[in-house]
Design a protein. Structure first.
Length: 366
């Protein structure tokens, strides 16, 4: 479509699935606790939230469903370029903020870290690649994360990849071909789980391509749920759906743990998306779901500013179990408050400004 004739109506955001939004917030909270705990307890089988990383696969599946719902019937009219603009406006302001916070945390960590071992040009390159979401796994003391300044950005990298593939290919393929791709991706994910002993990879240098398998299946599964309208009407409500989600994220480790993780990702999370989209939301939980959905992405993209600092504190001060409990609970609450501040003072205003400029341009060209 000629962008000069782009209608501002095509840029409007569709109504949200509020229970799914609420679940996104619960998953983000679980990720925060998981990242605190994995720094203190490196044996995931002894960690009560050792499967918290599976929240990312839930995010990917939810993303496929939501992207299909939001764009399937209008991407041809709005064009690929405008789709990319929509996604960048939605996602990238917090990528930038997370990177800036990560740089400050790296330079001014009061409990350790050694920025002096990096030259200014090296730090500048790490910072620039993180701003642009270009993987650059060179920080050995940070386990060669794809993005050493803000580790969770690895999933945003794969989210962008999925969005590009959607815009170029997936939005126009048939449902039959979508099923075939989903089955092939399921086989790839199962292989990754078997080979690696689980599906945790994708965040670092040595497991880079595992992230491709994770996002490929889950995004396609979410898109398939939308395309086939596999929404299951139910009365579980937000509370019931939270319990079902936490059952996966807090499940213990098994002797065949890799298979349990694969089964959760292949079948359980798509089922949760189908149930969450069809669950009835009671008025009592509406505000909670709305807030939870809004805070989820800011929390996810800003919380790691505290995690590396916490690791250095933990290694230098060796807090006992009681102290660790207070730190994790208090730290999580403070990070939620900080994410809320970032959301209202930075993310929402920046996105509103960019969206308004974009719509004004569309009006002037129409």
């Amino acid at each position: 479509m000629n962008v000069n004739k782009l209608s501002p109506d095509l840029l409007q955001t569709k109504q949200h699935f509020e229970i799914l939004d609420g679940l996104r917030g619960i998953a983000a909270l679980t990720v925060v606790v998981f990242h605190f705990m994995e720094m203190a307890i490196t044996d995931y089988s002894k960690n009560f939230v050792g499967h918290g990383f599976l929240a990312v696969d839930f995010f990917f599946c939810l993303s496929g469903f939501v992207i299909g719902y939001a764009y399937d019937n209008r991407i041809k009219k709005m064009g690929i370029l405008e789709f990319f603009k929509s996604r960048v406006i939605r996602l990238h302001p917090l990528v930038l903020m997370g990177t800036v916070l990560g740089l400050l945390s790296f330079l001014f960590d009061p409990f350790g870290g050694h920025p002096e071992t990096y030259g200014a040009s090296r730090i500048a390159l790490i910072f620039l690649t993180s701003l642009l979401l270009i993987p650059f796994p060179v920080m050995q003391e940070r386990s060669f994360n794809l993005f050493g300044l803000n580790a969770p950005a690895w999933s945003l990298f794969w989210e962008y990849v999925a969005n590009i593939v959607y815009a170029v290919i997936l939005h126009k393929i048939s449902r039959r071909f979508l099923v075939i791709l989903t089955i092939l991706s399921a086989a790839a994910l199962a292989y990754v789980g078997y080979r690696a002993g689980g599906v945790m990879g994708g965040w670092g240098k040595d497991s880079f391509w595992d992230g491709g398998a994770r996002v490929s299946y889950s995004f396609l599964a979410g898109l398939l749920i939308f395309r086939f309208n596999l929404v299951i009407k139910n009365r579980l409500g937000f509370a019931g759906m939270c319990l079902l989600l936490l059952a996966a994220l807090l499940m213990p480790y098994f002797s065949w743990n890799w298979l349990a993780e694969v089964i959760v990702v292949l079948f359980y999370f798509p089922l949760l998306i189908a149930l969450g989209a069809g669950a009835r939301l009671t008025p009592a939980f509406k505000k909670i779901c709305v807030f939870s959905g809004k805070i989820s992405y800011p929390l996810y993209m800003t919380h790691y500013v505290a995690i590396w600092v916490f690791l250095n504190y933990y290694n230098s001060h060796k807090p006992d179990t009681t102290q660790l409990t207070f730190i994790v609970i208090g730290g999580t609450l403070l990070l939620v408050a900080f994410a809320y501040l970032v959301m209202i003072a930075y993310d929402i205003p920046v996105r509103k400004y960019l969206s308004a400029r974009r719509k004004q341009t569309a009006i002037q060209r129409s």
